[in-house]
Write a protein of this length. Structure first.
Length: 235
C-alpha cells in the first residue's frame, strides 16, 4: 500500500475538524475525495502533506509512519500538493515558479527532463515561461500549480480543487492531462467539488461529511449510487 491514513483526528484549537478518518491509496490509483464545503477534504490533504499536525491517528507512506515528518521532508520522500487556490508566486515568472517546485531535486539532467515533460503536458507554460505568473489566466495558473508540484517528481500528487472557477472546456483539458499524469506512473489523490468529473477519472472514491468518511466504493459504483447522485451529481 502506498498511502494509509488510519483513524486520523485533526483539531483547529478546541474544534475537532477530522473525527477518525481512515483511507488508503494504492500505487498507480486515482482516488477522489468528495464532499460539501467544510466536510474536511482540504484538512485531510493538508495533514497528509504535513501542513497540519494530527492530534491522533497515523499516516503511513510505503509502510513508514510520516505524520510527524516535516512537510519539506515529505516532498523529498515523494509527496507533493497542488493547493486549493493555486498559490502560485505571482511576482515570479512561470519558469521561476517551476524551478521552485524542484527545490528537493539535485540531479540537473532529471530536472531538465521533468521540465520538458511538463512543457509537453502544458505547452502554454513553455510559451509563457518568461511571463509573470500573476498575469496568467485562471486555467493557466492551475496548470502552473500542477506543473510546479510535478517538478518535485512526486510518487503521489495531492490535488485540491483543480477545477475551481474554471470554464467547462478548461476543466475537460485539465482532467485529460491528469489522466496522462496518472498513466506516466504518478498516483493521484483528488479533492474535487465537480464530483461527476472526479468520479469519471478516478478508480475509487471516498465521500466525506462533517469530518468523517461516510462512504467508500469504486468510482463507477459511486456514480450509480442514488445518495451520491442526489447530493453531489445534481440528481
Amino acid at each position: 500500500m502506498l498511502l494509509e491514513v488510519e483513524n486520523l483526528h485533526v483539531r483547529y484549537g478546541n474544534v475537532e475538524a477530522l473525527h477518525g478518518v481512515s483511507l488508503m491509496v494504492r500505487q498507480g490509483e486515482i482516488v477522489a475525495i468528495l464532499g460539501a464545503n467544510g466536510a474536511g477534504k482540504t484538512t485531510t490533504l493538508s495533514a497528509i502533506s504535513g501542513l497540519l499536525r494530527s492530534s491522533a491517528g497515523e499516516i503511513r507512506f510505503e509502510g513508514r509512519s510520516i505524520h510527524k515528518t516535516p512537510a519539506h521532508q515529505l516532498v523529498a520522500m515523494g509527496i507533493a500538493q497542488a493547493p486549493e487556490g493555486r498559490r502560485i508566486f505571482g511576482t515570479l515568472t512561470v519558469q521561476e515558479n517551476l524551478s521552485l517546485g524542484a527545490f528537493t531535486q539535485t540531479d540537473r539532467v532529471r530536472i531538465a527532463k521533468n521540465l520538458q515533460w511538463i512543457h509537453e503536458l502544458f505547452p502554454v507554460l513553455a510559451e509563457r515561461r518568461e511571463q509573470l505568473a500573476g498575469t496568467l489566466s485562471g486555467g493557466e495558473q492551475q496548470m502552473l500549480a500542477i506543473g510546479r508540484a510535478l517538478m518535485a517528481q512526486p510518487r503521489i500528487l495531492l490535488l485540491d480543487e483543480p477545477s475551481l472557477g474554471l470554464a467547462p472546456l478548461l476543466v475537460k483539458t485539465i482532467f485529460q492531462t491528469l489522466w496522462e499524469i496518472s498513466s506516466a506512473g504518478v498516483t493521484i489523490v483528488l479533492v474535487e467539488q465537480n464530483a461527476h468529473a472526479a468520479l469519471k477519472l478516478a478508480h475509487r472514491g471516498y465521500v466525506m461529511e462533517v469530518g468523517k468518511i461516510v462512504l467508500e466504493d469504486r468510482a463507477e459504483a459511486l456514480l450509480a449510487n442514488s445518495q451520491v447522485r442526489d447530493a453531489y451529481l445534481g440528481g
